[in-house]
Design a protein around this ligand. Sequence first.
Ligand code: G6P
Length: 604
Amino acid sequence: MCGIVGYVGDKDAVPILFEALQRLEYRGYDSAGVAVLGRGGVEIHKRAGRVDALVSTAPKHLRGNVGIGHTRWATHGEPTDLNAHPHVDTAGSIAVVHNGIIENASELRATVLADVVFTSQTDTEVLAHLIAAQPQPELEEAVRAALLLVEGAYGLAVVSLRHPDRIVAARNGSPVLLGIGNGEHFVASDASALVRHTDQVVYLDDREMAVLEADGLRTFTLDAEQTEKRPTTAPVSKTAYNKAGHADYMHKEICEQPAAVERALSGRIDRRFATSRLGGIDLLPRDILALRRIKVLGCGSAYYAGLVGAHLIESLTRIPADAETASEFRYRNPVIGADTLYIAISQSGETFDTLAAVQEIKRKGGRVLGVVNTPGSTIARECEAGIYLHAGPEVSVTSTKTFTSTAVVMALFALHLGRVRDVGPADGGRLLQALAALPEQIREILDGEGSVADTAKTLAAASSTFYIGRVRGYHVAREGAQKLKEISYVHAEAYPAAELKHGPLALVSSETPTVVIAPSDDLWDKNMGSIAEIRARNGPVVAVTDSPIPIPGISATIRVPQTEPELQPILLAIPLQLLAYHAALSLGRDIDKPRNLAKSVTVE
Ligand code: G6P
């Protein structure tokens, strides 16, 4: 989603901003732009489309030592050149880049800014005019006064011709961090943007502002109280941001899964007591015994991984557990139970709906544990306790290695709870052994990529597909369907297998392939029944299974190694990533940046 960068120092800001914007591309965007304080005043260069096009069309005279940049993911107004950020005031002397949504933008346009002629449809342009309208001579004071009139979420950076030595940044609900260099300072919405320059960062808190100059920075609250911030080292590795010989990041991240699972397990296995050791969860055995319910929350693939995790928890602990999309949860005035444990799952740790759900639970006195990939992210900091995935940065918009790592971490957590409750040491040991075998088994699945790529052609040729499964197989089907539709744009719908005959069977024909998740469990016969129903209507079937038993009359069978039944979803989901990947590849899609989607959804 939208990204912010800014530079103040003695170098030319333009190439620094361009390079940082390229690093933010993975978040998803549809237009981009920069503003620099140049010889001719505040110079703006912005346009709809990719950063590459922005770079190649940059005018030669675009130079300056102070500048801000932005990648925009349209919310208010279409992705046009005019709606791209930065936005300026009428005099063209103040430029603003902004993430988030100003909720009272229309009201401000109609009242305080009634005389202003707007050039864009964005809520951000309101900020530029509002800052310009403040009487305070110092930029930071004018920004602060303007922000006191604003309702909504923002992360922003502002430059002004009257103060050509500084950037003012502010945060409320949308991440902003400050990068500390040698005689130079940076601002960014995501530490990955600064990877070439510094790993020393300061994270702004909500309702906090900063003034950055070449040789210093200061922070204070919206109420003008100075704050003391200590720099921390951003957990960003340089290697995460190159494709290491792969055609795209998605392929690289699919292939990283054995290593990611090894990292998720590393140091967390306690063989002596046949359980897992999770340092950050802050739950005493007594607390675990008192739990009556577990509710898992997330969005997109984090939600699907949550479904897998909730099922694991319920089957191992017999504590009722379920997963719900964070957005629905926060708006339905949920009852927060004192004996319920809430788990928020998020790769980025910045998803607005998940964060808002966490805040709502905390406000009502509930206890929330974070399962997060990005250290230092807002959700990680908001949750009082948690478990990190340690999957490393995920760059491709579609989630692969973090889905798998989340499922593994949830299995470790379920085992931990289970061993306090009814799971005996023998069962605990059985699961630990199976967990330890996963990396090698995932490698084995990845070795079969060639034949999965062939099978993917069946899906790529279709205009509509079904994914079906039962119980834990259904959760896998949902994640598989999500993957296919988001990157190949082939319509994919997941259904519980038994529900097929209650509606979707009407659409099954030789034109609509169905991917059947058929683990070798007690529901095998039922799944074979569903396959027979589809075949009787000439529907092509691709089965994904760990069973060696041949399934006659179907288009293809993709086999995964056998594991303990509880962990089957983890292995069964991997060929579905490859199916979606190869379907998208054969259709020539932009794999890492699917249309309309963003990696990190920081607005509602
Ligand atoms: C977006 C991404 C998905 C991701 C979801 C949740 O929709 O495109 O891949 O699963 O957000 O993101 P999170 O960072 O909270 O896991």
